[in-house]
Design a protein around this ligand. Structure first.
Ligand code: FA5
Length: 345
């Protein structure tokens, strides 16, 4: 009887340890443990049968069974350690660090080209004593048009193709000029000298020069001694600081309902110095803003008496200026979010 049990236990041990040698992964090892040490394992089966054995056999078989169980437990621990060590070595091998390699440059974020130009414009006018005033992206029709001397149904509204919102009378601002009225009303009757940067929206055909959303910077000065000479001098000074000391400007007559007289300002082409090139379409001049002396009606709508006060205003397009400075041939690059374009600035 004793021999039989001993033989059975030896066979169990031999089978278990041989199987263990073939185990390669942790999951396999767990299965092995369930098989050889679990509730239904043969060792436990033998243990359960011990009480049925004769009294003198019980301690010997008990000792032997415990020995097999301990060997299995030790074998399990040892194999587990080996498997984990091998896995670690494999992963170290794969992720091996070559300390002699040159470091990788961290990716740096940068400012959008329009933001860079906006900041430059703000800096230049800031140095001249202009403050930055912020408006909102939506405006009422009254502020976007009527108070700027563009009555309802007036043909001049065709100059600004408008996005209307679902709220009656509320539009996406088509230009930053409504900010003229807001800032005048906040300051009247004190003098005003502000710039108003902001995003504008127009229901326009998108082309290489026109987007349906773009930045503008409004320039506004109101006071008692503002005249055309000072206005032209301010623009000339801005152009010098922005494009270089020798740049020349010219004002061409134009029409805006909120300024009288109105003009388009051109700068001498800084690429060909006026000689003519593809960027300036061989004219020698680049158009950069609309401007003019403030219309008396607009001054009045802002809370100033036009018999006492005068003012000038202008609207610049930072994208167009950026395009000219960097020879960018298509405005659609600005909002296409292509990092290959953006990381050049
Ligand atoms: C205006 O919007 C006037 N409010 C400007 C103004 C202000 C005149 C104060 C007089 C006094 P205009 O539509 O020309 O004008 O736009 C001004 C500038 O915005 C243009 O010179 C151009 O640089 C830019 N701009 C206009 N439309 C677009 C567009 N679709 N895409 C990109 N830039 C544009």
């Amino acid at each position: 009887m004793q021999e039989e049990v001993v033989k059975k236990l030896e066979e169990i041990q031999k089978a278990g340890l041989t199987d263990l040698e073939h185990v390669q992964e942790e999951q396999q090892l767990n299965e092995w443990r369930t098989c050889y040490l679990g509730k239904k394992s043969e060792v436990l089966q033998v243990m359960k049968e011990i009480p049925d054995l004769s009294v003198d056999l019980r301690p010997k078989v008990g000792m032997l069974t415990n020995q097999v169980k301990r060997n299995f437990e030790q074998g399990y621990e040892q194999r587990l350690e080996e498997i984990r060590k091998a896995a670690l070595e494999r992963s170290l091998q794969q992720d091996r660090l070559d300390v002699t390699l040159p470091g990788r440059r961290p990716e740096k974020g940068r400012l959008h080209p329009s933001t860079q130009t906006l900041r430059e414009i703000a800096n230049i006018f800031g140095q001249m004593g202009f403050q930055v005033y912020r408006g909102t992206d939506v405006e009422t029709e009254e502020f976007n048009f009527e108070l700027l001397n563009i009555p309802k149904y007036h043909p001049a509204r065709d100059m600004w193709d408008t996005f209307f919102t679902t709220t009656p009378e509320v539009v996406m601002r088509t230009h930053t000029s409504p900010g003229q009225i807001h800032s005048m009303r906040e300051n009247a009757p004190d003098p005003v000298r502000v710039i108003l940067p902001g995003m504008c929206y127009r229901y326009e055909q998108v082309t290489s020069r026109s987007e349906f959303q773009f930045f503008q910077v409004e320039l506004l000065a109101v006071g008692k001694s503002i005249d055309f000479r000072g206005f032209k001098g301010t623009l000339q000074d801005f152009a010098r600081r922005m494009f270089g000391d020798n740049v020349r400007i010219r004002l061409r007559p134009d029409y805006f309902p909120f300024t009288e007289p109105s003009a388009e300002m051109d700068v001498e082409c800084f690429i060909c110095q006026g000689a003519g090139c593809p960027v300036c379409k061989h004219t020698g001049w680049l158009e950069i803003m609309g401007c003019g002396m403030m219309h008396p009606t607009v001054l009045m709508n802002g809370g100033y008496d036009p018999r006492e006060y005068t003012g000038f205003a202008a609207g610049l397009g930072p994208e167009r200026i950026t395009m000219l400075r960097h020879h960018i041939e298509d405005i659609r690059y600005f909002w296409a979010n292509d990092v290959r374009f953006l990381e050049q600035f």
